[in-house]
Design a protein. Sequence first.
Length: 625
Amino acid sequence: MDSIDLSIIIVYILITIGIGIWISRKASKGLDDYFLGGNSIKWYYLGLSNGSGMFDVSGTAWMVGILFLYGAKSFMFMWLWPIWNQIFVMMFLAVWIRRSNIMTGSEWILTRFGNDRAGKASHIIVAIFAIISTIGFIAYFFEGIGKFMTVILPWDLALDFNGTVLLSSEQSYALLIIFLTTLYTIKGGMFSVVATEVLQYGIMILSGVLVAGYTLINYTDVQINSIITEEWKNVFFDMELGSHWSGKYEAFDQLINTEGYKMFGALVGMSLFKGFFASIAGPTPSYDLQRILSTKSVKEAAYMSGFTNLILFIPRYLLIGGIVVIALVTLAPQMIANPALSGADLEILLPTVINLHVPVGIKGLLLAGLLAAFMSTFSAFVNAGPAYIVNDIYKKYFKPEATSEHYIKISHIASFVIVGLGVFMGFFADSINSLTLWITSALFGGYVAANFLKWVWWRFNGWGYFWGMFAGLIVASLQFVLGQSKGSFAPGSWLYDLSEMQDIYMFPLIFSFSIIGCLVGTFFSKPTDTEVLKSFYANVRPWGFWKPVYNVLKKEDQTFEKNTEFTMDMVNCVIGIVWQSSMIVLPIFLLIRDYPKMFVSLLIFLVTSVILKYTWLDKVRKITN
């Protein structure tokens, strides 16, 4: 690495840690300040912070690999998360969530199910889910940043004792970066996280624009089109994927066949099925939920969510598309000579391109940007996860009366514990892809059913929520164990078949178990107290099956009106998904020089933006509570 690039990275790290620690003095007033910034941070700073938190390096490395292999239609792989849950949040969920005026997602559950035994059971299970998902994401970050730094930096940091490797170089790099990020995150809470993430977002924007500009100047459409096919550029698909590669690059088609997504229509269908329920279920109890709860008002929660969608995708895909164009021209001919080509090769495309094919100066900024992407996402989770341990478990059940200084000290300890458990889990993960699929399909599959029903069905109660979440978590955890033990099962056995199945196709099974838990728990226990339901429904005002509660409220107040916006919200969500998708494919078509498709994408983006101005933004401006 050139000294200029190294200097840029060192200066970035020092500035980030310095800002994080300097601003941490604001976080000492209490848990509200520590975890929510005292609801005093401006919505556009929270939006920048939220967008920065979603710009993670592990996900970016994965997206580079799938765009390289599958071409323009690879943006539909994002639906595995599903990324358009942010559209649902923008259109109506941010407003519903922010009306609660509480600190965490599990505390929010008490406003829905009450504070009796059933409510407390639902409260504890969602806190446990939040902690487990945070640990899973830290493992995901650990796996990604280690691979990234090892390819980029020249030093071997492996530790061995008498010939036994105690820590690989990947693990040592990951531990070092995680320690530095944890330091300022724990010190400053939400204030430090938001301040550093706004800085990091600026660096990521700059690095994305520089990489995109570099590829536009240095690589021609002739070079690109000599490698990719028309099918690679095509966003439309049949039930089965057609050939994406031709000539000497046909080995990449064989890799597609082994990845398990040849039946692409089934993948998209399953993603849509899962995505609808997962999106209405709302954000998982993690950093994006914390950003919604941190806003000053209900209106600003909606603004922040919409702003996050607007600022995230174009700069991110300028970076991803730029890296893929460089990889296509420079690395594809070398990779095709490898007879053992696998998905693991795609996971190191990002650091390999940066290491070998990005010029001095831009390389340093790009590395700082990707390091910023890791640090911002990691810090967001480290800030969100401990809130559930401290506020929802320790404070509620063990020490309800203590000083703010005591709770913040416990928050520091909880942060170190969560980070330690996540790192421990990361030691046993075999790839970024395996963790990505487990988190998005199995773990979130256990979350979806209960959190979908809590919005739309008045009869659903705390015990239904508890047993639905519990059943989903158990099956998701078994799926993770199966995936990590796949080599130990006899071929042809049912355990072997389950372990080999792609996680997304396990979603219906996990969802079914969770639904059964929800219904059994609900119908074998009494309904939630009427006063709790009245308070929740009158405050949040969701649409759905709330007729008995609505009738009671209507008798008490003839002016009370129910939410009839379901159809309009769903129409806005469809428009929003098209709007979001146009922001993803627009930079891709720009960078591969397919200008007709680029202009169509731009037109779709502009038209949908104008429509949403009238159907969403104008409606948000009228919100008074």
